[in-house]
Design a protein. Structure first.
Length: 122
């Protein structure tokens, strides 16, 4: 789960490496972001000569969390790190590739384009 001021890795090729969350979408009382939630963040570290620069404000979808996720069949999945994918206002990914494993719950939440760009599905 992510909360405000969490520093998170970016799992796509937009140029951003680390971001800091400052808003979790879903109401004023929503404190934590889980898998598939949208967050607003500031870029803390970025690659040179790429589209996204340091201090840019971006919208992101949470694709991996270190907090365990229980599936309906009883299995539990958990990742080593928290990661996000940067999207635009229409929830379309800005990058052309997604690195690392992506859980299939992302597709169930309506982000098919992120799901198709992923190299590995868990």
């Amino acid at each position: 789960m992510l909360q405000i001021r969490s520093v998170v890795k970016v799992a796509d090729n937009t140029g951003a490496k680390l971001i800091r969350v400052f808003t979790v979408y879903g109401g004023s009382r929503k404190r934590y972001a889980k898998l598939g939630d949208m967050v607003n963040a500031s870029v803390q570290q970025a690659e040179p000569r790429k589209a996204i620069k340091k201090k840019d404000i971006v919208k992101c979808i949470v694709v991996r969390t270190a907090a365990p996720l229980r599936r309906s069949d009883g299995t539990v999945i958990r990742f080593d790190e928290n990661a996000v994918v940067i999207v635009d206002d229409k929830k379309v990914p800005k990058g052309t590739r997604v690195f690392g494993p992506i859980p299939r719950e992302i597709k169930e939440k309506g982000f098919e384009q992120i799901f198709t760009l992923a190299e590995e599905v868990v």
